[in-house]
Design a protein around this ligand. Structure first.
Ligand code: C2O
Ligand code: CU
Length: 476
């Protein structure tokens, strides 16, 4: 449940946090193509000032890390220095990087030991909104605050008044604002993962009086990134009609989300165009409706008193130019099935683990595993391919969720088109790198396997990933 805190926030404190939101370092991003990220232990005021700061693990001293910005076609050189008490790696979620830069421990690189560093270097073929996070003990490291946004700017961006990022996440805090240390609990493993009790936007608790200041008439490009380890957001922008222009960084035909509700599962991004057409001085809630038992309020859109910048939405185009992805040809695709099983109330009896059939209860008790893909539960990272795809081959992966839980399934190194849900063609055939499978749902995605190497495919509920819901696809 949300809001376990006895929060009391004054109007003055709310205005202060509002000013902080506007002046925060992620508004003045680095433009250099070469950067250093230091992963370390720090403290941050996640909750209002009458509570203590929280110890977090983060990059460059902040949760989320200061936003990285590059231009499409740039070569990024990112030195990651590890000052954590644990080994780590960094995975560049959604970026189509060469395999050896993908940040998967033991598969694409050795772990970065405490005190050591590793240099990642890759070119950026695709514009869009991406993010990065550890790929080692990520159910703990990401939950503690290790994540940041990486934006690749288009050479000809659409015209907006402001480009704003909201990193949506949550923390599981004790009443003294320290993080609960129950990372990897059996309950989280077998159920919905580590869902926090404190939702944050850009690293700050916003439930009480958190506000986003706008001017009437403004057109904002709003980049939403869900970095939570388990929480799914279902957003409603009251009084506004945001249009989706990109999903997981990839442009999509601009459209209003179905019934005005935008679903964002862990790992996913959405770029919106938000025309602020309400009158000066008005206030409108953005709500999260995914969990009916939680407080729905996420943040308020707070209109300043200034006269409107303009009277109607600008007529300029909001469509983004496509990225250079190879189009899968339906006539040439080879189809493969992937079956996701396990978890509480799932009916999975046993799975293959380390070459043996192991009953589910033993898997949970002895190996902290509870999930399988095509009957196989993988511990740590898959070292053997579940499937070998031919380089430049065209494929449909038909993914069936045979569990009682939703799973956002993420594929490394590629983007895919979501072409069908339960056999019915999708409306936008959107490109994505993470697709949400509802309980019992079957989703077909199509892709061209054009990036050679060993790529993880896994659930982005990170307790599920650690709990066996991961496999490797080899492109050779
Ligand atoms: Cu965002 Cu394999 O992860
Ligand atoms: Cu899952």
């Amino acid at each position: 449940m949300l809001a376990k805190f006895p929060m009391k926030v004054t109007r003055r404190a709310a205005l202060k946090s509002l000013a902080a939101l506007a002046a925060a370092p992620w508004c003045a991003p680095a433009r250099a193509a070469s950067v250093t990220l230091t992963a370390g232990v720090s403290r941050q005021q996640l909750v209002p000032a009458e509570y203590p700061q929280t110890e977090v693990w983060c990059y460059n001293g902040a949760v989320p890390a200061p936003e990285l910005r590059f231009r499409q076609g740039d070569t990024a050189r990112i030195v990651v220095a590890n000052r954590l008490p644990q080994p780590t790696t960094v995975h560049w979620h959604g970026l189509r990087v060469p395999n050896r830069m993908d940040g998967v421990p033991h598969v694409t690189q050795p772990p970065i030991a405490p005190g050591a560093q590793f240099t990642y270097e890759f070119t950026l073929p695709d514009a869009g909104t991406y993010w990065y996070h550890p790929h080692l003990a990520s159910y703990e490291q990401v939950a503690r605050g290790l994540y940041g946004v990486l934006i690749v700017e288009e050479s000809a961006p659409i015209r907006v008044d402001r480009d704003v990022t909201w990193v949506l996440s949550d923390f599981r805090l004790n009443p003294d604002a320290s993080q609960r240390e129950d990372f990897g609990s059996v309950f989280d493993l077998t159920h919905a993962g580590r869902i926090g009790n404190t939702v944050t936007v850009n690293g700050r608790f916003t439930l009480k009086d958190g506000a986003f200041a706008v001017r009437s008439g403004e057109r904002i490009r709003l980049r939403l990134v869900n970095t939570a380890v388990a929480r799914i957001f279902l957003l409603r922008f009251n009084g506004h009609e945001p249009r989706v222009i990109a999903l997981d960084g990839q442009p999509v035909e601009p459209h209003m989300p179905e019934r005005g509700l935008l679903r964002l599962a862990p790992g996913m991004r959405a770029d919106l165009v938000l025309d602020c057409l309400q009158p000066p001085g008005s206030r409108h809630l953005v709500e999260d409706l995914d969990n009916p038992r939680s407080e729905s309020r996420l943040i308020a859109i707070d209109y300043g008193a200034e006269p409107p910048l303009r009277e109607a939405a600008p007529a300029t185009s909001i469509a983004l130019a496509p990225n250079p992805l190879t189009e899968p040809d339906p006539a040439r695709t080879e189809r493969h099935e992937m079956l996701f099983e396990g978890g509480a109330m799932g009916g999975l009896r046993e799975a293959q683990f380390a070459g043996e059939r192991v009953p589910l209860a033993t898997l949970v008790r002895q190996h902290q595993l509870a999930w399988s893909i095509n009957g196989v539960a993988v511990k740590d990272h898959a070292r053997e391919p579940m499937l070998t795809l031919k380089r430049n081959g065209h494929y449909v992966l038909s993914m069936k969720n045979d569990t009682a839980w939703p799973h956002p399934i993420h594929l490394h190194g590629h983007a895919f088109r979501v072409i069908a849900r339960d056999g019915a063609p999708t409306r936008h055939r959107e490109w994505r790198d993470t697709v949400l499978l509802a309980p019992r749902e079957q989703v077909d995605v199509a892709l061209v396997a054009d990036n050679p190497g060993d790529w993880m495919i896994h659930c982005h509920v990170l307790a599920h990933q650690a709990g066996g819901m991961m496999a490797m696809l080899r492109v050779a």
